[in-house]
Ligand binder design. Structure first.
Ligand code: TYD
Ligand code: MG
Length: 475
């Protein structure tokens, strides 16, 4: 009989080696390699397979109705509810509110008469019940258990009425007899997910797997699960803020890029129907260095405040720090403002922050970031009722971006009266009817001149500001 051998598997990326080593060759992580036993192929595994029927693309398939949780922000991210038979991975840092969100979704579905099973591998059933009571959901007929053995869980779910939704909280705590390594290892996580996946596809139940992420945002261990599941959702937020953002990074049944915004309250997660108003609340519109970006998150417009602080530096190499913005994008914008706009940042520390703990990743944020930087450098507050969007090219030209109409409409809805946007931007009559005046910026120079014109500092105090030129053409 063949001897059982072991292999050494990286717990981060799943790469296998024949001997233990301190650093994984595949992903470069240290101390992630763990010995896992590899069972030799048995006679039954080597048995010949059975032929199955193949089908055509035109075959009939009636899509079952999606399971709508009734939590609009959640349903938006899943693309209009969960698809029966699908497996969803929900990742997030510990304590962010994954269990809270899921128990709320479970309660809603159970109250509609669906069979909903919630398996907790981390908390005792009493703890989950206590949380449900605190959320005012104790009356919802959710079936609850604390278990970690996948075979037992599948037997339980298979008995009785067909389950519509099974929540596994979390996949890292599950173990299955089909793999003989210890719980929490990549092999166990992968084998458990595979069993649950098979159950979902055969029974038509929706399975939600909870996965914890590490500090740098990777779904630890379950990264190897990401390619198996139908959708990967991540629940993000900032410890200092009460709001949380749900995003889809993969979705086989809907668009990615959609976000759902929630606020953590004393009674669980509340939906935020108008996130722009939330993110702009409490802003100091009259302070220099604050620009409002009319951004997009998926198909939804979102207004964000980008704050810049440009302060004289005593350091040989001035500091460049960003929060919620890309460091290399800031370096590029500064280089363009210096080379094409004639400004000098070399003797200044530069800090750029997206207020509210959000991230501004789209290229359209360039113009808002540039406006905030110039405003802070010149000490000139930006018009409080103006929004900014546009991509800045290396030549200093401001380039068109997408979804102008949606951005302008959202700005108009929140009381903004003008928008600085790329000159080449196509705008139609509908865009103009949003009640927002357009200030087309062909080049960063036009933006700099406009801001310098508003500067209250005497020219002596703003050696960096360019000479004030006639105002660039306003439409
Ligand atoms: P939890 O859902 O347990 O997080 P996860 O499952 O992602 O680890 O959420 C825990 C946090 O949420 C905890 O720090 C307390 C907070 N919380 C509230 O602020 N209000 C509430 O109503 C609930 C249930 C939790
Ligand atoms: Mg939890």
């Amino acid at each position: 009989m063949a001897k059982a051998r072991s292999s050494f598997v990286c717990q981060n990326c799943g790469a296998a080696t024949n001997r233990w080593q301190g650093r994984c060759d595949a992903c470069g992580d240290w101390n992630t390699i763990v010995e896992e036993s590899r069972s030799p192929p048995t006679a039954s595994r080597l048995a010949r397979g059975r032929a199955f029927d193949l089908e055509g693309l035109a075959g009939e398939s009636r899509p079952a109705p999606r399971a709508v949780t009734g939590i609009d922000e959640f349903d938006r991210v899943t693309g209009g509810g969960f698809v029966p038979g699908s497996v969803v991975l929900l990742g997030g840092e510990p304590g962010i509110g994954k269990s809270t969100l899921l128990i709320q979704a479970c309660a809603n579905l159970a109250l509609r008469g669906d069979r909903v099973i919630y398996i907790s591998g981390e908390e005792a059933a009493a703890q989950v019940r206590l949380r449900a009571a605190r959320l005012g959901l104790a009356h919802a007929p959710v079936e609850l258990a604390a278990a970690t053995q996948v075979e037992d869980i599948l037997a339980t779910c298979g008995a009785g009425r067909q389950a519509a939704l099974v929540v596994i909280d979390s996949i890292q705590t599950m173990h299955t007899q089909t793999a003989d390594s210890s719980p929490g290892t990549v092999t166990q996580v992968r084998a458990s997910a595979q069993s649950l996946l098979r159950y979902a596809k055969l029974s038509g139940a929706i399975v939600i797997l909870v996965g914890h992420v590490t500090k740098d945002g990777q779904v630890a261990g379950p990264r190897v699960v990401e390619h198996m599941v139908d959708a990967v959702l991540s629940f993000e937020g900032d410890g200092a803020h009460h709001f949380r953002i749900l995003r889809a990074s993969k979705n086989r049944f809907g668009a990615t890029g959609e976000i759902g915004v929630f606020e953590m309250t004393g009674r669980g997660l509340a939906e935020v129907a108008n996130p722009s108003a939330l993110f702009l609340a409490g802003r100091d519109a009259l302070a220099p260095g604050a620009a409002v970006l009319a951004g997009m998150e998926g198909q939804r417009p979102l207004l964000l405040e980008i704050q810049a602080l440009v302060a004289p530096s005593s350091l040989g190499t001035p500091r460049r720090a960003v929060v919620g913005f890309d460091q290399s994008r800031l370096a590029m914008i500064l280089a363009v403002l210096e080379t094409r706009g004639g400004l000098k940042f070399a003797a200044h520390d530069v800090y750029l922050n997206v207020a509210g703990g959000l991230r501004a990743d789209e290229p359209a944020a360039d113009l808002a970031a540039a406006a905030a930087l110039v405003s802070s450098l010149c000490g000139a507050p930006l018009p409080p009722e103006q929004v900014y969007f546009g991509e800045i090219g290396l030549s200093g030209a401001v380039r068109p971006i997408t979804h102008t109409g949606l951005r302008l409409k959202e700005a108009g809805k929140l009381g903004f009266r003008s928008a600085a946007l790329p000159q080449a931007q196509q705008t139609n009559n509908e865009d103009r009817s949003a009640g927002v005046a357009l200030f087309p910026c062909p080049h960063v120079e036009a933006l700099i001149c406009e801001i310098a014109r508003r500067s209250t500092r005497r020219p002596k105090e703003t050696p960096n500001a360019p000479p004030v030129e006639p105002k660039p053409g306003r439409p």
